[in-house]
Design a protein around this ligand. Structure first.
Ligand SMILES: CC(C)=CCC/C(C)=C/CC/C(C)=C/CC/C(C)=C/COC[C@H](O)COP(=O)(O)O
Ligand code: GRG
Ligand code: MG
Length: 300
């Protein structure tokens, strides 16, 4: 950043009070996503092994919370210039958190993830290492490659189920793999819609995202196709995974909301991606309800 802009940025930093900085740091983590990711990891452990290994579940959820918060914070650090266009109200562009503060905050969060994951079985540690590297490399290596960044975020989101199951030394049984696939496919669809929403800033920064390379409509059509596969597959946990009727009662509305969001994204990408997220969160509740009411009961 040229000296003049650096001094301007530091002036803005000087204006943010301690409470604004604290609020900004919390906002950097995207606490809603962090909580949701923790729920996904818990669900993976719960599906694989019930509540038989509470210490491992706590460590895995903690590692996921730290890692997701770290990934969001470091993403905003790397995206600080793009976000001056795309998301000027984010904590760094608005001056609530300094660039240096955001970077060191994310380093501390990554350290928390490493310490939490270190006590887990080797398969879980391996997943955590892959994920932490992917989170660090996302913006610099993957985000600007057409579709690759979307696939990485989709994998990271779905991997929470695998991580939870691995933490309790559970096998990657069919249901865990299905939940991985469902959440990864739905996340891919939403990431495409988000890229369509961000075309202006991404193009200015020279990013070659899917909408910029193949066009917005074609990208959204791909996203809808992937989501349709996920929606069609969402009955599998009920049909073969033993998930109870409560799962169906929640996942079918969730499917509808996600399809609605994907369709809406063609005319209003921002509204569409938000609607997609609502459906995904409802689907998360379906996973929990489905496991609680599973035919095999909950091992405890
Ligand atoms: C068909 C079917 C049943 C799909 C399942 C969908 C499902 C359960 C998806 C999981 C979604 C979820 C609750 C993810 C946890 C939060 C998270 C880590 C999301 C990844 O976010 C990346 C995104 O780019 C962040 O952007 P924003 O949300 O705008 O801050
Ligand atoms: C299980 C373990 C150890 C880790 C999983 C960590 C998880 C769940 C990651 C989920 C995905 C995530 C939080 C990615 C961080 C990077 C991120 C926010 C990507 C999307 O960002 P952009 O493409 O820049 O879009 P916006 O910043 O505009 O949202
Ligand atoms: Mg970003």
């Amino acid at each position: 950043m040229p000296p003049a802009a650096e001094s301007e940025s530091s002036v803005r930093e000087a204006e943010s009070s301690p409470s604004e900085t604290a609020r900004g740091l919390l906002e950097l983590t995207r606490p809603g996503n962090v909580a949701a990711a923790g729920v996904l990891t818990f669900t993976g452990a719960f599906v694989a092994d019930g509540l038989l290994a509470p210490a491992a579940i706590v460590a895995a959820v903690a590692a996921t919370i730290f890692a997701t918060a770290a990934g969001n914070a470091v993403n905003d650090y790397f995206d600080r210039e793009i976000d001056r266009i795309n998301r000027p109200s984010r904590p760094i562009p608005r001056g609530a958190v300094s660039e240096r503060g955001a970077l060191w905050f994310s380093v501390a969060l990554f350290a928390g993830a490493v310490v939490s994951a270190a006590v887990l079985p080797v398969t879980a540690i391996a997943i955590a290492v892959v994920n932490l590297v992917a989170l660090l490399a996302y913006t610099e290596l993957f985000k600007g490659l057409p579709g690759v960044g979307n696939v990485v975020v989709a994998y990271l989101t779905g991997s929470t189920f695998l991580f939870g199951a691995a933490a309790v030394d559970g096998a990657f049984e069919t249901t865990v793999l299905v939940l991985f696939a469902l959440s990864a496919m739905a996340t891919f669809a939403r990431e495409v819609a988000k890229d369509v929403e961000d075309v202006a800033g991404d193009r200015e920064e020279g990013l070659r995202t899917l909408p910029i390379v193949v066009g917005e409509r074609r990208s959204l059509t791909l996203g809808v196709a992937v989501l349709a596969v996920a929606v069609a597959s969402s009955v599998v946990p009920f049909l073969v995974g033993g998930f109870g009727a409560a799962y169906l009662a929640l996942v079918l509305p969730a499917d509808s909301v996600m399809l609605w969001g994907a369709a809406r994204a063609f005319s209003d990408p921002s509204a569409g991606q938000s609607r997609l997220k609502q459906g995904m969160l409802l689907a998360t509740a379906a996973f929990i309800a489905g496991r609680i009411t599973a035919s095999g009961g909950v091992p405890a």
